[in-house]
Design a protein around this ligand. Structure first.
Ligand code: LLP
Length: 428
């Protein structure tokens, strides 16, 4: 569920007409619904209530200050992957003691910073990393809280670039080696506090089965580690998918009734709770996409139309630098005109101004036959949208807006050209 729908022929986010935002702020602009974000967080908490469960929002999905503030206000924890993300949490008023810190390549400076700020736990990915954290914590006279990411070797059935839980991926420690590693930690690394166990099998999963398989595979290990080392938590990672194809329609409860096969937060929870409850561990979940993905659309303006021998191109003012998902993962995002069309569709490629053939948002897509000047909304843009954007081709970062009921505010003004080159030095 989300809060984007046509009303009086115009696409709205909550009670705000997206045309008004485009007029006032320009395009490209990401527009987020506060209600959708807070509803999604609440849905995870409610569905997992039978467990001692905690949501650690995966900051990488969308790390803009106001979004993090919103999460912090609701008391969410955070799953971070860099010193920069930890800095953002603190800057947004979030609580570092609710942060888990993942990633395969933490630097010494980042490890020190996280220890100084008292994070909840490091989620570690290799023996060498554990030895580094042990050494650094020792030099600071501290004990570092750690968990290790176990790689259960389960296929998540998602795009190859966002699958992480098989032994072909760089992530985690093979399930066949994890017990030995915990034993080594306990025996040889005195400055570590073995606090938990972590796993994450991939992103944009659309079925519960891979989650169930991974949990079934790892649960006996979690149980054993509780007995042997007194671990207090198991983080089962993120990965709950969202609706990309069908996004706009999925804003209504009827759509969900007509699509009972779709995984929901509730069906995910119902499948995993019976497997997790007997362990008596604190369970962390690290959703990113499912919290913010369907909570935003990116507004963009059609600049030109070009008809060639083979194709029709709708050229828009947003590029792969604004949303890179179609180019990088063959990502599919619905594209709707803000002013509703009736029946007039065309098969076109929706492409941006960036000088790359990979700069498209849709290919061979039947879309409304929009004309130059019309504003479009690219849906499901909240997760890995703005956070993966860049200034490639010296294009300023887009603006961001948060809608709350019938009010809205700019949460990031459009970047200026001066800001793009800020930090650059000319020749001496
Ligand atoms: N926990 C860990 C350890 C992760 O690596 C990730 C995502 C998450 C949680 C959050 O996963 P989510 O709930 O958002 O699926 N840029 C790609 C997705 C990369 C995901 C990386 N890790 C995309 O746009 O599809």
């Amino acid at each position: 569920m989300h809060s984007f729908a046509y009303r009086n022929e115009s696409l709205h986010c909550e009670n705000v007409n997206l045309a008004d935002i485009a007029r006032a702020v320009g395009t490209p602009t990401f527009v987020y619904s506060k209600k959708t974000i807070t509803d999604n967080l609440a849905a995870f908490r409610k569905a997992l209530a039978p467990l001692d469960a905690h949501v650690a929002y995966a900051v990488k999905a969308c790390s803009s200050k106001a979004i993090l503030q919103l999460m912090a206000q609701q008391g969410a924890g955070f799953d971070i992957v860099s010193g920069g993300e930890l800095w953002r949490i603190i800057n947004a008023g979030g609580d570092p003691t609710l942060c888990t810190y993942a990633g395969v390549g933490k630097t010494e400076a980042e490890i020190r910073y996280a220890l100084e700020k008292g994070i909840y736990c490091f989620n570690c990915e290799s023996e060498e990393e554990l030895r580094a954290i042990d050494r650094i914590a020792g030099s600071m006279g501290m004990k570092a809280p750690v968990a290790v990411r176990v790689n259960p070797n389960v296929d998540a059935h998602t795009h190859k670039y966002i699958t992480t839980g098989t032994n072909e991926n760089k992530f985690g420690v093979d399930i066949t080696r994890i017990e030995q590693l915990y034993a080594t930690m306990a025996a040889e690394m005195p400055n570590l506090h073995i606090k938990g166990l972590q796993m994450h099998i991939g992103s944009q999963l659309t079925e519960v089965q891979p989650f169930v398989m991974a949990i079934e595979k790892v649960a006996p290990i979690a149980k054993k580690f509780k007995e042997l080392y007194g671990i207090e938590f198991w983080s089962i990672g993120g990965g709950v998918g969202i609706i990309y194809d069908g996004c706009l329609a999925s804003g209504s409860p009827e759509w969900w009734q007509q699509h009972p096969e779709q995984m929901t937060i509730e069906s995910y929870a119902a499948a995993i709770i019976p497997l997790l409850q007997p362990l008596g561990l604190r369970i962390l979940v690290e959703p990113g996409r499912r919290i913010v993905g369907n909570a935003a659309a990116m507004l963009t303006t059609c600049l030109y139309e070009k008809k060639g021998e083979a194709k029709c191109f709708k050229i828009i003012d947003a590029g792969m630098n604004d949303i890179i998902r179609p180019a990088l993962y063959e990502g599919y995002h619905e594209i709707w005109p803000v002013q509703q069309h009736h029946g007039d569709t065309i098969t076109a490629d929706v492409v941006g101004p960036v000088c790359e053939s990979g700069d498209f948002q849709a290919q061979n897509r039947e879309i409304a036959d929009v004309k130059p000047g019309e504003v479009l909304a690219e849906m499901s843009a909240g997760a890995y949208g703005f956070s993966m954007s860049s200034t490639y081709n010296s294009r300023p970062l887009a603006a961001e807006v948060l809608v709350d009921g019938d009010k809205w505010q700019v949460i990031r003004r459009r970047q200026t050209l001066e800001e793009i080159i800020c930090g650059e030095e000319g020749l001496d």
